[in-house]
Design a protein around this ligand. Structure first.
Ligand SMILES: [Zn+2]
Length: 319
């Protein structure tokens, strides 16, 4: 009997995106006021440590610190400690996994450990995909706590509860939850008699020669499809018809969810938003193959494989 899911790949496209390898068991229904304290008392507990946008990594690429090590580095004393969940199975110890912030004032001897920028870690493969996903989870949560100390409703200082998945206001009783900000990222595809073309643009801060998919934050009251159509029209003047979801990606800069789509271009004349983009044009499949391989004669490149834009382009090129 045919299944509703026939035709879908066994391995979902999201699984190939950077930051998507997180295997922590969150067990969100078990979070309570004692979660962090109980986890820190567990001998198998390990912490990911952060300062700003950077993660502390031991020599050899191990990002996990025992409670004693983290305490010695002043990480527990900051009070910004969250319980991410539990390691996935017995081979990883099965113990609690936490994330904590190290204060800016604590001096770290960087001979055996090093603070590494999260983007660098992702691009260079400095830690395993599993750790990279957990680091993304920890980074997004800690960033939220550091920027949301005070109640947005009444201004009183709020307290971390539920293992770090909520802040409660003691003055007015409002509960505040960590944010995830959805961003649509799309590859617009235009059919032509001499073959399909796709639309890519360049923002001024991109690495020299790199072109990528257009993207933008979703707005209140919008469907994903509406946001794809609006953003493509605003940035490039191209009208979009049908939209097909491809994959998603956690993007911890600081707490986005990238929603990748392929989009049917109904028009081809580009009217670029000159504030957003310094260039925007159509690319052929042959040209994109060279860009993905890094062999384009003009030095034009696609985004690196950790970016969902790379996977959106590759999925179309390889079709
Ligand atoms: Zn309040």
């Amino acid at each position: 009997m045919p299944s509703f899911f026939d035709g879908l790949p066994e391995r979902e496209p999201s699984a190939d995106n950077g930051f998507a390898g997180n295997r922590i068991r969150r067990l969100s229904e078990q979070r309570n006021a004692q979660s962090v304290g109980s986890a820190l008392a567990d001998a198998d507990a390990r912490l990911y440590l952060f300062r700003g946008d950077k993660t502390l990594i031991k020599a050899g690429g191990n990002p996990l610190f025992a409670v004693g090590e983290a305490t010695a580095l002043g990480a527990v004393a900051t009070g910004i400690v969250v319980l991410l969940g539990w390691a996935d199975n017995a081979s990883n110890g099965g113990g609690p996994r936490l994330a904590a912030a190290i204060a800016e004032t604590v001096a770290i001897d960087e001979t055996r450990v090093a603070f590494t920028d999260l983007r660098t870690l992702a691009v260079t493969g400095g830690v395993s995909a599993e750790h990279l996903g957990a680091v993304a989870q920890g980074r997004a949560l800690l960033n939220w706590h550091m920027r949301h100390r005070f109640c947005a409703n009444c201004g009183a200082e709020t307290a971390i509860v539920a293992g770090g998945y909520r802040r409660d206001c003691p003055a007015c009783g409002v509960q505040h939850f960590p944010r995830t900000d959805p961003v649509v990222i799309m590859l617009a595809i235009a059919g032509r008699s001499d073959g399909e073309r796709v639309l890519l643009g360049r923002q001024p801060h991109f690495a020299p020669g790199m072109y990528s998919c257009l993207a933008g934050f979703m707005e209140a009251g919008e469907t994903i499809e509406d946001a794809v159509r609006r953003e493509t029209h605003e940035e490039a003047g191209i009208r979009i018809g049908r939209v097909r979801y491809h994959a998603s990606q956690p993007w911890p800069f600081p707490s986005s969810l990238m929603i990748g789509c392929h989009a049917e271009a109904l028009t081809s004349e580009i009217a670029r938003d000159e504030q957003e983009l310094e260039d925007c044009r159509w690319f052929s499949r042959d040209e994109l193959r060279l860009m993905l391989a890094g062999t384009h004669p003009d030095g034009i490149t696609a985004p690196p494989p950790i970016a969902i834009a790379n996977r959106l382009i590759a999925a179309w090129v390889e079709r």
